[in-house]
Design a protein around this ligand. Structure first.
Ligand SMILES: *Cc1c(COP(=O)(O)O)cnc(C)c1O
Length: 376
């Protein structure tokens, strides 16, 4: 894009990296005629994703939200149950619980990880609690050891929402392989994309078979068009899976680049005492799905002003998620940490094609905007 003859670059928060290999495999799927949910790429994508995560099984589905719903439904979560969810997450985590008829119980987060606080989980457990969904928010793994202990002790399932954390590690284990199952999204802004798409990883054979069945209207394997219960059409298409297979070939490249980008941001902005960038908790590997910038003291109005100044400098940004408990369809919750951090945080551009000079330019726009707002 050019403005008055000078080249201007607008930096979006996110954009996918799709190359010729992706085009080649999608074209192959199109030309094969297998455009719906039968075809070689689906199994290929599932088995490559399972081995990447270190699980026995993976089930590909139409998106991350249906992946969450399928995992909950196949786990037997139903009306009258409670599922504990962090208050700071994308709305899909809570909505998927609501679809089952169960109630999402919203609890506070740990300010270091921005993930669910295990102490808050313990306080929220009731005789109706059936599951906890830790979300590995913005790529940082949740405190899984404590959560797995809680799960065992109280007999509740741990379903990892890893939609933002493909490849992140907790004590050397990949997320999605630690809880009873792990849920991923392949939306266009996620670590890898299939356009729309999702996956559930698990080592639990029974859960795996049940998810495969419910994904396809619970049709009998022996008797075609015989259905024993109400299932769903949550299938992924062969076209999406072809894109996914090509993206999996590059996932290590994507993850390495994300670490580099994060380091460039730290080099450029790390010295501002008013700012806090992403943390990486001990014994974990954060994959930095989004660059997270928290301004220590800032009002919500000032944050809006900061974001408009960034936009004027051709830098896109977005606010942290709002606490789910503030949304009109959910009940208010006493979650002071989620509320505080949600008001102060923004996400900055963090996609594979960024180079060091881009990050320097973005950081200069951020510094300038902070100066103009008198924040330091
Ligand atoms: C993206 C996302 C989802 C939902 O994924 P979709 O593919 O967009 O349906 C669920 N949970 C979290 C935390 C997400 O970021």
């Amino acid at each position: 894009m050019t403005k008055e003859g000078c080249e201007i670059v607008f930096y979006p928060v996110s954009q996918p990296s799709i190359g010729s290999r992706e085009a080649e495999l999608v074209a192959d799927a199109v030309n094969s005629g297998w455009v719906s949910s039968i075809g070689k790429y689906i199994q290929m994508f599932e088995s490559r994703f399972a081995s990447f995560c270190g699980t026995k099984y993976a089930v590909a589905v139409s998106n991350g939200t249906t992946a969450l719903h399928l995992a909950l439904a196949a786990s037997g979560i139903k009306a009258g149950d409670e599922v504990i969810v962090p208050d700071l997450t994308f709305v899909a985590t809570a909505n998927a619980v609501t679809y089952t008829g169960a109630r999402p119980v919203l609890v506070d987060i740990d300010p270091q990880t921005l993930c669910i606080d295990p102490e808050a989980v313990i306080r929220a457990i009731t005789p109706r609690t059936r599951a906890v969904i830790p979300v590995h928010l913005y790529g940082q793994p949740a405190e899984m050891d404590s959560l797995m202990t809680i799960g065992k002790q109280w007999g509740v399932r741990i379903i990892e929402d890893a939609a933002e954390a493909h490849g992140a590690e907790y004590k050397g284990r990949k997320v999605g392989s630690i809880g009873g199952c792990g849920v991923f999204s392949f939306y266009g802004n996620k670590v890898i994309t299939t356009g729309e798409g999702g996956m559930i990883t698990t080592d639990d054979e029974e859960l795996y078979l049940r998810m495969r069945s419910l994904r396809d209207h619970a049709m009998s394997a022996e008797k075609r068009y015989w259905h024993t219960e109400v299932g769903f059409n949550y299938r992924m298409t062969n076209l999406q899976a072809a894109l996914g297979v090509a993206q999996m070939e590059r996932i290590h490249e994507f993850l390495n680049k994300r670490r580099k980008i994060m380091q460039w941001y730290r080099d450029a902005l790390g010295s501002h005492s008013c700012l806090r960038l992403n943390r990486e908790a001990p014994d974990t590997k954060n994959i930095y799905w989004m660059v997270c910038l928290e301004v220590t003291r800032i009002s919500e109005a000032e944050r809006s002003e900061l974001m408009s100044q960034l936009r004027a400098g051709d830098v896109d940004s977005r606010p942290y998620f709002y606490p789910i408990s503030d949304l009109p369809m959910y009940q208010p919750a006493a979650t002071p940490i989620a509320h505080d951090v949600s008001r102060r945080g923004i996400n900055l551009p963090s996609y594979t094609d960024l180079e060091e000079t881009d990050v320097r330019k973005i950081a200069a726009v951020v510094t300038q905007a902070l100066n103009e707002l008198n924040i330091s």
